[in-house]
Design a protein around this ligand. Structure first.
Ligand code: ATP
Length: 630
C-alpha cells in the first residue's frame, strides 16, 4: 500500500519505504501533539529526506502531472507567486479572523455584513419582506423556540424575504449565499403550516386519520425535506427538531447507511415532517412505510445539486410518480446558494406560479470569506500544505477553536492525505463516500469538537454543513466547476463571521481560472496577476454557462419564450445589471458530467447510462449513490 497522496508510482513507492502499520493518533486516543516522533519541521518529506528540488527533478520523467501549459509560465509564475505570498501572508489573514465562542454563536451574528447585499424577487404579487420574526404569524410555540432555543434575534435577509412568501402559500425558488440561514428560511414556514394543520377542525376531529399521524404501519408526513447527503440530512433533522421543541410537531429522518429498522420504528411515533435523502426515501416508500400522498410542503435543500444531471431522475420519480400531490396542490420550495439557469428550467416543472428570490448575486460567494489563490504544482502541494499548517499552528490558528477543512478530489486522495498529515504530526481525519456511515459521522464529530482540527474531505462535505469555527478552507485540489468552489469555501465565513479560503492552483485548473478570477473580483478579493494569464487561455471559465458570465437571476426574465408575466421587485437598487447570463438569453449549458470528472465523489453518468433505467451494472446510478448521495 502506498502512503503517498499522489498515485504516481515512481514517486509514491519511495515516500515511506517500509513504514509499519500506522494508526492515526486520534484512533489511539493519544494526543499527537505530544508525540514528538511525528512532528517534523522544515521542508523535508517525512522519510525520504528529499527537498523540493529533488522532488521536482524526480518527477519530471514520471508523469507527475504537470500540465504543458505550466512549462513556459512556470518560472515567472513561481516568482509572481512568491511575491504574492509575501504580500498576502495567509497566517496573518487568519489572525485577523474573528473566532467565535459558543455563547456568541447564534446571537452574535454580524448583520451589518448583510446590509448591503442586493435582493431581487420576481414573479407576480410577491409578498413584502418583514423586519422581525414578530412581524409574521409563525405561532407562539415556534416563536418561543426561535427566541429562546435558537437565540435568533433578527431574521437574516433570506429569512426576511422568503418567510412571508412561503407563509403566503407561494412556491419559491430561492438563492442566497452560503451560511446565510436558508435552513430556517424553509423550516419556519413549514413548521408553522404543520402547526396550523394540526389545529384545524379536521385534524382535531380525527387525529389518527392523517395530518402526519400514524395510520396502521404507514407514515403520512405533511412535509418532506430532501437533501443530497446523509450528513446534511442529519443536520437539517437536528435543526428542525430544535425548532419544533415542545410544539407537538414530530420530525423524523430517513437516510442511507444507517440501520433502517431504527428509522422505521421512529416512524411509528408519527411523522409530521420527514427529512430524507432520495435513496432511502424511495426505499421506505417502496416498503410502504411512508406515503407521500398527504404532503403539503416539499422543500429541496441544495436544489441545484438535487436536480442536476444524473440525480434528476430519482427526484422526478419521488416528486412525480409516488403519490405526491401535484404542483399547486402542494407548496414547493427550492433553496441553494447556486442555481444554474438550466437547473432553474428543470426545477420549474416542480413549481407552480412561483416566486424567484435571490439574495446576493446567484452563485456568488460572500465577502465575509477572504479568498487567496496560490500557485502550487501538484508535487509541491504537500510541502506547501505542511508549511501553511505549521504557520497556522505557530500562530495559534490551528486547534479546537480554529478548524481547517482541506478539500481533495478523490476518496483515495483523502485517505492518503489524512494518513500523511497524521504522520507529520497534524491530527486529521477524513470523510468521503467510500467510508461507512459510522466512520463518516465519527470523522465529522472528531472534527467538530476539535479532537482532529483538520478534516480532509471530498465534495461529500462541500454543501450545507454548518460547522462552527471552521476558520480556513483549503482547496488542495480545486474542483472542476465554480459552483462547487462556492459551496466548498462556504463552509467558512458563515452567519456573519469571517473566514479564509486558500486555493492551490496550477495549470490543471485552467478551466476554472476565468470563473475563479471573476468570482474573486466580485467578492472584492485580490486576484493575483498570474491568474489572468490562465484566464486568457481558458475557455468557458468553468461556469456552467456558456456565456462565461455569472449565472442569471430568474431565468424566466431571459425572454426565452416562457409564458410567465415576470415582474421585478428590486429592493436595494442597482442589482439588475447587464451582467446576468439569464437576462440576455445567451445561456448554454455544459453538462456537469464533464465538470465532475472520473473517480470523484459526484460523478454523474452520461445520459446514455440512464436510458436503461436505474443502473445495476455498476456504472450507472448505484455508483453515484455510493459516491455521495446515500
Ligand atoms: N436569524 C438568525 N440569527 C442568527 N443566526 C442564524 C439565523 N439564521 C440562521 N442562523 C445561523 O446561521 C448559520 C448558517 O445557517 P444555515 O446552515 O441555514 O445556512 P445556509 O444558508 O443553509 O448555508 P449553506 O448554503 O452552506 O447550506 C447556522 O449556524 C444558523 O444557526
Amino acid at each position: 500500500m502506498s502512503y503517498s497522496y499522489f498515485s504516481d508510482s515512481s514517486y509514491s513507492g519511495q515516500r515511506h519505504p517500509g513504514r509499519p502499520n500506522y494508526n492515526p493518533p486520534h484512533q489511539n486516543f493519544n494526543n499527537p501533539y505530544q508525540t514528538a516522533g511525528y512532528y517534523r519541521t522544515g521542508n523535508q518529506p517525512p522519510t525520504t529526506g528529499r527537498g523540493r528540488g529533488g522532488r521536482r527533478g524526480g518527477g519530471r520523467g514520471g508523469g507527475r502531472g504537470y500540465n504543458e501549459l505550466d512549462r513556459p509560465f512556470r518560472e515567472p509564475f513561481r516568482r509572481a507567486r512568491d511575491q504574492y505570498d509575501n504580500n498576502n501572508d495567509l497566517s496573518e489573514k487568519l489572525n485577523e479572523l474573528e473566532i467565535v465562542d459558543d455563547e456568541k454563536k447564534n446571537n452574535g451574528i454580524n448583520f451589518d455584513a448583510y446590509e448591503d447585499i442586493p435582493v431581487e424577487t420576481s414573479g407576480s404579487d410577491v409578498p413584502k419582506p418583514v423586519d422581525s420574526f414578530a412581524d409574521v404569524d409563525l405561532g407562539e410555540a415556534l416563536n418561543d423556540n426561535i427566541r429562546n432555543r435558537c437565540r435568533y434575534v433578527r431574521p437574516t435577509p433570506i429569512q426576511r424575504h422568503a418567510i412571508p412568501v412561503a407563509l403566503a402559500g407561494r412556491d419559491l425558488m430561492a438563492c442566497a449565499q452560503t451560511g446565510s440561514g436558508k435552513t430556517a428560511a424553509f423550516c419556519f414556514p413549514i413548521i408553522s403550516g404543520v402547526l396550523k394543520s394540526m389545529k384545524s377542525p379536521a385534524a382535531v376531529a380525527s387525529p389518527a386519520a392523517g395530518y402526519g399521524r400514524r395510520e396502521v404501519t404507514t407514515a403520512y408526513p405533511l412535509a418532506l425535506i430532501l437533501s443530497p447527503t446523509r450528513e446534511l440530512c442529519c443536520q437539517i433533522h437536528e435543526e428542525a427538531k430544535k425548532f419544533c421543541y415542545q410544539t407537538g410537531v414530530k420530525v423524523a429522518v430517513a437516510y442511507g447507511g444507517a440501520p433502517i429498522g431504527f428509522q422505521l420504528r421512529s416512524f411509528e411515533r408519527g411523522v409530521d415532517i420527514l427529512v430524507a435523502t432520495p435513496g432511502r426515501l424511495t426505499d421506505v416508500i417502496e416498503r410502504s412505510k411512508v406515503s407521500l400522498k398527504r404532503v403539503k410542503y416539499l422543500a429541496l435543500d441544495e436544489a441545484d445539486r438535487m436536480l442536476d444531471m444524473g440525480f434528476e431522475p430519482q427526484i422526478r420519480k419521488i416528486v412525480e410518480c409516488l403519490d405526491m400531490p401535484l404542483p399547486g396542490r402542494r407548496q414547493t420550495m427550492l433553496f441553494s446558494a447556486t442555481f444554474p439557469d438550466q437547473i432553474q428550467r428543470l426545477a420549474s416543472d416542480f413549481l407552480s406560479n412561483y416566486v424567484f428570490l435571490s439574495v446576493g448575486r446567484v452563485g456568488s460567494s460572500t465577502d465575509l470569506i477572504a479568498q487567496k489563490v496560490v500557485f502550487v504544482d501538484d508535487m509541491e502541494k504537500q510541502d506547501y500544505l505542511r508549511n501553511l499548517l505549521h504557520d497556522q499552528r505557530a500562530k495559534g490558528n490551528l486547534g479546537k477553536n480554529s478548524l481547517t477543512l482541506v478539500f481533495v478530489e478523490t476518496k483515495r486522495g483523502a485517505d492518503s492525505l489524512e494518513r500523511w498529515l497524521c504522520q507529520i504530526g497534524f491530527p486529521a481525519t477524513a470523510i468521503h463516500g467510500d467510508k461507512v456511515q459510522f466512520e463518516r459521522e465519527r470523522a465529522l464529530k472528531l472534527f467538530k469538537n476539535g479532537v482532529t482540527p483538520i478534516l480532509v474531505a471530498t465534495d461529500v462535505a462541500s454543501r450545507g454543513l454548518d460547522i462552527p469555527r471552521v476558520a480556513h478552507v483549503i482547496n488542495f485540489d480545486l474542483p472542476k466547476d465554480i459552483d462547487s468552489y462556492v459551496h466548498r469555501i462556504g463552509r467558512t465565513g458563515r452567519a456573519g463571521k469571517s473566514g479564509l479560503a486558500t486555493a492551490f492552483f496550477n495549470g490543471k485548473n485552467s478551466s476554472i481560472a476565468k470563473a475563479l478570477s471573476e468570482l474573486m473580483k466580485e467578492a472584492h478579493q485580490e486576484s493575483p496577476n498570474w491568474l489572468t494569464q490562465y484566464v486568457d487561455g481558458s475557455s468557458s471559465g468553468g461556469r456552467r454557462f456558456g456565456s462565461g458570465k455569472f449565472g442569471g437571476r430568474d431565468y424566466r426574465s431571459g425572454g426565452n419564450g416562457n409564458s410567465y408575466a415576470t415582474e421585478d421587485n428590486s429592493y436595494l437598487g442597482g442589482y439588475a445589471g447587464p451582467d446576468y447570463g439569464g437576462a440576455d438569453g445567451e445561456v448554454s449549458y455544459d453538462p456537469p458530467a464533464a465538470d465532475y470528472g472520473g473517480g470523484v465523489e459526484y460523478a454523474p453518468p452520461s445520459p446514455a447510462e440512464f436510458s436503461g433505467g436505474y443502473g445495476g451494472d455498476g456504472h450507472g446510478y448505484e455508483s453515484i449513490v455510493a459516491g455521495g448521495w446515500e
